[in-house]
Design a protein around this ligand. Structure first.
Ligand code: MLT
Length: 407
């Protein structure tokens, strides 16, 4: 008799953003004349940088000629891209990362979801609350949690991010093996200082734990004192894996390209205490289950690191940060407390009410989509997330409609 993976039955009914998309589409079908402005899922709206498009075109032309055509690419991604990443994203910031420690992939979501496969079933997992749901759901699917009761899964350690701790969780008191951190944070938009991050790195080292550091939004950091990578922190090479993405940095949500960094010095243990390199395990996993990102997409990603590409990507993130500043300003003027939006494209708003009711209010009265905080966890009670990913004119219109409804 074929049986299901019963851990899937512990999951909430559907993926957060699918649930929101369904609610929006149901509302639109009964209100076809209402124009909806989406500030819910963090999906980019601006075209790819011109430098990326030019490189993309050139690479497609290469694929049209037998002499330059490429089939399967190298296991970890093309060297031309990994070299540029190592130098520009890490070495120039004093982070000791080399090209052979970089694994190109089709998304930070996939990597953050898949990476847990290389750890033992009984791994004690610490997850932020609120959290990007991928970290949580992928561990539920793998059977590392008990049942979902009172908005929490049993057997997980929750790292609470609240107004009281400045949305940077405290170190856990109980034993943990695997720690998920995300800065600039999704969903709160909070950032972490080097001194705060150093405490986590030291904690992981002392407890023989590993940090999974999601830095997908690092390109939005404008405060130069903040770390863009965990490898800017001494000791992190031993205890951290980092996820990066070109989705928000360069508008690649529909193009798909990202990477994961696993330093050679990053190791985990067998039950008998033998150490194993995690880059070797991840390579084994990826070569079995993944066949790489297409050559034209990797060429387009490489162009991000050209002079023009850097300038155009900066303009892109500046554009969304201008939206974020406007959202912050308007929300604050309405008397709501919020965080994020300065070094991040997300604004976490204390809506002082049930977030799904607030979501309904904004959708039905203002025609604006946000994300209810409870979709990210129990600590999202009383909060909504507003995304800055849309055109400036739409954000202006959305905020003026919200002002009218909330005033
Ligand atoms: C979000 O809105 O949280 C992100 O767009 C989701 C994602 O990147 O998968």
């Amino acid at each position: 008799m074929i049986r299901v993976n019963e851990h899937y039955l512990k999951l909430q009914a559907s993926w957060l953003f699918s649930e929101i998309a369904k609610k929006v589409s149901d509302f639109q079908s009964t209100n076809p004349d209402m124009e909806i402005i989406k500030l819910g899922i963090g999906d980019v709206t601006r075209a790819l940088p011109r430098a990326c498009i030019a490189a993309f075109h050139r690479a497609v032309d290469e694929m049209a000629d037998d002499a330059t055509f490429r089939g399967y690419g190298p296991d970890q991604g093309y060297e031309f891209l990994r070299q540029k990443i190592a130098v520009n994203d890490f070495q120039t910031r004093g982070a000791d990362i080399s090209a052979d420690e970089i694994f190109i992939s089709d998304g930070a979501k996939c990597d953050a979801g898949n990476i847990q496969e290389i750890f033992a079933a009984g791994t004690r997992v610490a997850i932020p609350d609120p959290v990007y749901p991928v970290y949580l759901d992928s561990n539920v699917m793998a059977g590392r949690t008990g049942a979902f009761k009172k908005n929490r899964y049993e057997n997980l350690i929750y790292l609470e991010s609240t107004r009281d701790n400045g949305f940077v969780p405290k170190l856990p008191q109980e034993g943990v093996d695997l720690i998920y951190l995300c800065f600039p944070n999704n969903p709160t938009g909070a950032t972490i200082t080097k001194a705060q991050l150093k405490k986590w790195v030291d904690f992981a080292y002392e407890s023989k734990a590993l940090i999974l550091y999601d830095a997908a939004y690092e390109a939005f950091i404008r405060d130069d004192t903040l770390p863009k990578s965990i490898y800017e922190i001494e000791g992190a090479r031993q205890v951290a894996i980092e996820f990066r993405s070109f989705s928000k940095t360069a508008g690649f949500t529909g193009t798909r390209c990202a990477f994961t960094v696993i330093p050679k010095s990053c190791k985990a243990y067998t039950g008998s205490g033998d150490k194993h390199r995690l880059d070797a395990l991840w390579l084994r996993r990826q070569t079995t289950k993944f066949n790489g990102v297409s050559y034209p997409v990797q060429r387009a990603a490489e162009a991000i690191y050209s002079d023009d590409g850097k300038k155009q990507c900066r303009e892109l993130t500046d554009y969304y940060l201008r939206n974020a500043a406007l959202i912050r300003e308007e929300i604050t003027a309405l008397g709501y407390d919020c965080i994020g939006g300065d070094n991040s494209p997300y604004i976490w708003v204390n809506c002082n009410s049930d977030p799904w009711d607030f979501f309904d209010l904004l959708l039905k009265k203002a025609g604006v989509v946000c994300t209810p905080g409870t979709g990210f966890g129990k600590c999202g009670e009383g909060y909504i997330r507003i995304s800055a990913f849309n055109n400036f004119e739409n954000v202006q219109r959305a905020m003026s409609r919200i002002s009218k409804v909330l005033k």
